[in-house]
Design a protein around this ligand. Structure first.
Ligand code: IMP
Ligand code: MG
Length: 195
């Protein structure tokens, strides 16, 4: 990432090279401002969707959703609770291995509750399919998916995300919680990784 690329996005203050240690980022795909706008919109939509409901559990899929979820819940204007799930799939690669494991289950009982599963990105949909199955088995009152990014290549999803921040390009994205081999999660923007 060169200074000129950062400037073109009006983001000269992001100091990309310092944050990435100079490792190659192809381009900034979504700026902090663009992300904040969509997160606020989704927060408002969730707030009105659950009007009159006395219960809401926001379930974040770790680790990728940690920043999105933190920002999102602060835009939801109603009582709610937060818990997390941990799954793993990609390892150090940039394509889905299809081998998804559930490493941690929420402690909170889900039966009879309104549950929103918060995902960073829907790519192949393997992770989401496994999560939907595992969560529906617990018989929540309702289950909805909220994904910051959706690549729209997933097939046979049992449940389409009700809320999506961005229809993402078919590139490997990092930042705002998304990693490559555990790096780049802390970037305040979403960038496309150079091959
Ligand atoms: P899926 O199972 O292929 O839909 O992938 C889901 C998970 O893989 C996401 O929750 C991410 O953690 C990771 N992932 C998928 N695509 C990307 C990407 O472009 N960048 C970073 N992580 C990704
Ligand atoms: Mg990941």
């Amino acid at each position: 990432m060169t200074e000129t690329t950062a400037m073109r996005h009006g983001e000269a203050d992001l100091d990309v090279d310092r944050r990435t240690g100079g490792r190659p980022i192809r381009r900034i795909v979504y700026t902090p401002q663009q992300i904040a706008k969509e997160v606020a919109r989704i927060g408002r939509e969730i707030t009105s969707c659950y009007e009159g409901e006395d219960d809401l559990l926001v379930l974040g899929l770790l680790k990728g959703s940690f920043i999105f979820l933190s920002d999102l819940v602060r835009h939801i204007g109603r009582p709610l609770q937060v818990d997390f799930l941990v799954a793993s799939s990609y390892g150090a690669g940039t394509t889905s291995s299809g081998d998804v494991q559930l490493l941690y289950d929420p402690a909170a009982p889900l039966a009879g509750r309104n549950v929103i599963l918060v995902e960073d990105i829907v790519d192949s949909g393997n992770t989401l399919s496994l999560m939907i199955e595992a969560l529906q088995a617990r018989q929540p009152k309702s289950l909805e998916i909220c994904a910051l990014l959706h690549k729209h290549i997933a097939r046979r999803l049992a449940l389409e995300p009700r809320w999506v921040g961005f229809d993402a390009p078919l590139e490997f994205l990092v930042g705002y919680g998304l990693d490559h081999a555990e790096d780049f999660r802390h970037l305040p923007f979403i960038a496309s990784l150079a091959e």
